[in-house]
Design a protein around this ligand. Structure first.
Ligand code: ADP
Ligand code: MG
Length: 561
């Protein structure tokens, strides 16, 4: 480490380019600092470092990170702790551009597998970015030495020494409990569990933080859906278990329907302690479905929902660069089924009305042969009865779904009530007089072929693939917009998707179908770790978080031709 300090001190005032020579490994009595990449200038993408501390220098125990869920929670905890310590540590290093910056890819409230921290029986490693200091374009040698050989090692040391043992313990116990609840959900034929006392609403439309407690009506299950669990941590937890089948969430406007659905949709991920939704867990294959007019669709068989489009446009292999509300919603469903989802989540707020319902009067006036759409109401039952795909549907505006529903839950001032019996009684009392419009069973179509050509087109020109925040990926000059892919929650997931697309295009074996291609890739990642998506072996892998297969597929499905 002293050697690095000497080198940097000597470089003071020299051109920034000379910093490249510090790439390499440096040790002190506690840790090893690896300088993997040095930025080209003080404004460019920051330098990439790793700090490794051997396990015997920490007070960690193997059982704290043996199961995959614990390991994920452990890494999450230390990425967050490192971030907090960075901000509490006095850092006088400054200069031009990013000079003095210390960055770790700190997570949000979703506990995702991420590369920011690695833990193994060898030790813990922090993956950092930093801005090597400059004045104009010449090296600030003293500042650089201070940053790399004092401040960063100090932050790492403080992180592993001063972290809250109690908070770590709680995070790991929570991970165990969440794993247990996920298993119970499966064993009890549920699709989602929402604990009593959970805080579902968020602080605002642009914040993922919980709404302050004093303004919240905590979740409380109706008696008929109450499920009680004995958790491994010793806690007894009760809450609403949503059974498989078709569940309607009804209720007046502003009574908390969408908030409940959002929580269910995020329940595919584990949340950290204090989020309010740490005990809201859903089937991990749940996919939020919405209409998304303007999206690009390629070769999707939407014929179960849409037929006989004007000008004889094909719906067995429907393609559009500018899909409509209903065709985009149909494509989203068919694509989710192709990826083997077991659960669809739909909100009236983000659905195309003509896709969801078609009432008796409209059926009389606009005859079936003039309406290309078979509404979801006539498909939802078949999806479950024939294919075992459950649906949770938020719908305040139409009682026509009462026939199709297995469960009707009414939100009343943020409290759910079981209205199934009343809803069913009403179907006897007021016949809808609708005509069932689906002809034939819902047939799940063959998985589509994997079109490497389509991805490859962009790479033959050696074009870059990179994420731009959470919502978009740039491939060369084209943009994939993921703004309506609501279960993609972290920009580092988007970056991982960008890397995965690149790998799919490069892969030499030729998988037959898109789902084969995705499965193969995930198998690879599972075997070699998320780090394997990094460009250089045994170096800083970049800031990545693991997305679900559904979100990778969503990106591929939105590629424009
Ligand atoms: P709906 O979909 O039924 O129209 P929303 O779910 O959009 O209603 O909720 C309306 C408002 O109420 C939102 O601002 C939301 O944050 C808030 N809200 C939702 N659930 C709760 C709750 N349990 N306690 C307090 N406020 C809530
Ligand atoms: Mg709503």
């Amino acid at each position: 480490m002293q050697q690095l300090a000497d080198m940097l001190n000597k470089m003071d005032g020299k051109s920034y380019k000379s910093l490249k020579s510090i790439q390499g490994h440096y040790d002190n009595e506690l840790l090893r600092l690896s300088v993997d990449y040095v930025q080209g200038d003080p404004f460019a993408a920051p330098s990439k470092l790793r700090v490794f501390i051997p396990l015997h220098r920490t007070d960690f125990h193997l059982e704290q990170f043996q199961s995959p869920e614990r390991r994920r929670a452990f890494k999450h905890f230390f990425a967050k702790t490192f971030h907090q310590v960075t901000h509490k540590t006095d850092n006088p290093v400054s200069g031009t551009g990013k000079s003095g910056m210390i960055y770790i890819d700190a997570p949000g409230q979703e506990v995702l597998d991420r590369t920011a921290v690695n833990i193994s029986s060898a030790g813990i490693e922090f993956r950092l970015s930093c801005g090597l200091p400059a004045k104009g374009r010449s090296v600030l040698g003293k500042g650089a030495a201070k940053l790399l050989t004092e401040i960063i090692p100090d932050v790492a040391k403080k992180t592993i020494e001063t972290y809250s043992r109690e908070a770590l313990k709680q995070a790991l116990l929570l991970a165990d409990d969440q794993t247990f609840i996920r298993r119970e959900i499966k064993d009890r034929s549920l699709i989602s569990f929402i604990a009593d006392g959970a805080v579902l609403p968020r602080e605002s439309g642009i914040s993922n933080k919980p709404l302050p407690e004093k303004n919240v009506v905590p979740f409380k299950s109706p008696d008929s859906y109450r499920t009680t669990l004995q958790l491994p941590s010793g806690k007894t937890l009760s809450g609403m278990g949503i059974p498989k089948g078709i569940s309607l969430i009804i209720g007046g406007g502003y009574h908390g329907k969408s908030t409940l659905l959002h929580a269910i949709e995020r329940g595919v991920y584990n949340h950290e302690p204090g989020d309010g939704r740490e005990f809201v867990l859903s089937d991990e294959s749940a996919v939020k479905i919405r209409s998304e007019d303007g999206r690009s669709v390629t070769d999707v068989n939407i014929s179960p929902f849409i037929n006989d489009l004007p000008f004889g446009k094909d719906t067995l292999a429907f393609s559009s660069e500018d899909a409509s509300g209903s065709t985009s919603q149909a494509a989203n469903i068919v694509e989710a089924i192709e990826m083997r989802t077991r659960m669809l989540l739909i909100d009236e707020d983000t659905s195309a009305t003509n896709f969801m319902i078609r009432d008796a009067r409209m059926q009389k006036l606009v005859k079936k042969d003039k309406e290309p759409i078979t509404p979801f109401i006539d498909r939802v039952r078949g999806l479950y009865d024939t294919h075992g795909i459950s649906t949770v549907l938020v719908l305040g505006g139409s009682g026509d779904y009462f026939e199709a529903a297995d469960h009707v839950i009414m939100m009343d001032e943020y409290e759910p009530e079981d209205k199934t019996a009343e809803a069913k009684a009403l179907t006897e009392q007021f016949a809808t007089q609708r005509v069932f419009e689906a002809d034939g069973a819902f047939t799940v179509t063959e998985p589509r072929a994997f079109s490497k050509q389509r991805i490859k087109k962009w790479f033959d020109q050696k074009e870059k693939v990179e994420s731009k925040g959470r919502q978009s990926i740039r491939i060369g000059k084209t943009n994939i917009s993921l703004s309506h892919v609501e279960q993609l929650v972290d920009p580092s997931q988007t970056e991982a998707i960008a890397r995965m697309i690149k790998l799919l295009a490069k892969n030499n074996n030729t998988p037959k179908t898109m789902i084969n291609a995705i499965d193969d890739l995930y198998e690879q990642v599972e075997e070699n770790g998320l780090d394997s998506l990094g460009v250089f072996r045994n170096q800083h892998p970049g800031d990545l978080a693991l997305p679900r297969k559904y979100e990778l597929a969503a990106a591929l499905n939105r590629l424009r031709p």
